[in-house]
Design a protein around this ligand. Structure first.
Ligand code: NI
Length: 181
C-alpha cells in the first residue's frame, strides 16, 4: 500500500498480448507468488503490473469454513462485473498489499463476471457467497481500489494478531468467514 500502481486503473490486455509467452510466464509468476503467501487470489497490480489480469483459486476448508466451497485455480483477463443481487454480505478481508490488517467489508452477495480465459476465449461465471466477495476484492485491485476503501465501520478494522486473538474466536460461533488474498 502506497505504491502508485495499486491506485491506477489497470489497462485491458490485447488479443496479441493474451497469446504471448510473456503473459503465460507472468501468470506462472503470479501463481507462485500467491502460493508462497498462502493467498486465495492475486491481481496483477499487486506485482506491479497495471494490466487487467487476476487469478483466483482455493481449496475447501470444510471443517473450519463449511460454506466456503472451493474454486479451481483460474485466470481472469479483462474481467467485467455485473451485480445480480445487491443484498450486502460481509466478510473479514485481508490483503497481501495491506499486510497485518483485517477489516470487515460488505459487498453485493451475487455477481456475474464476464472475462477472457488464458486462450483468449470469452467466458462467464456466476458467483455468490464467499466466492462473490473474492471476485470483488480481486477485481477492485484492477480498478485501483483496496478493501480498506470499502470499510464502512472502522471499528471493524484490526491488526492480524488482535484479530486472531479477539475477533476470530467469535466466528467459530457465528460462522463468519475470513478472506485473505
Ligand atoms: Ni488484495
Amino acid at each position: 500500500m502506497g505504491h502508485p500502481v495499486l491506485r491506477q486503473v489497470a489497462r485491458d490486455l490485447t488479443p496479441v498480448e493474451i497469446k504471448s509467452p510473456e503473459l503465460k510466464r507472468l501468470v506462472q509468476d503470479m501463481i507462485q507468488t500467491m502460493e508462497e503467501y498462502g493467498g486465495i487470489g492475486l491481481a496483477a497490480p499487486q506485482i506491479h503490473e497495471s494490466i487487467q489480469l487476476a487469478i483466483i483459486g482455493y481449496e475447501d476448508e470444510s471443517e473450519r469454513y463449511p460454506d466456503m466451497g472451493s474454486q479451481p485455480l483460474s485466470v481472469f483477463i479483462n474481467p467485467k462485473i455485473t451485480v445480480l443481487d445487491e443484498t450486502l454480505q460481509g466478510f473479514w478481508e485481508g490483503c497481501l498489499s495491506v499486510p497485518e490488517l483485517r477489516g470487515f467489508v460488505e459487498r453485493p452477495r451475487k455477481i456475474r463476471v464476464d472475462y477472457l480465459d488464458l486462450q483468449g476465449k470469452a467466458q462467464s461465471v456466476t458467483a455468490e457467497g464467499f466466492l462473490a466477495t473474492v471476485f470483488q476484492h480481486e477485481l477492485d485491485h484492477l480498478a485501483g481500489k483496496l478493501f480498506l476503501d470499502r470499510i464502512r465501520d472502522t471499528t471493524k478494522l484490526s491488526f492480524t494478531e488482535e484479530y486472531a486473538k479477539y475477533i476470530a474466536p467469535q466466528h467459530e460461533e457465528t460462522g463468519e468467514e475470513e478472506l485473505e488474498d
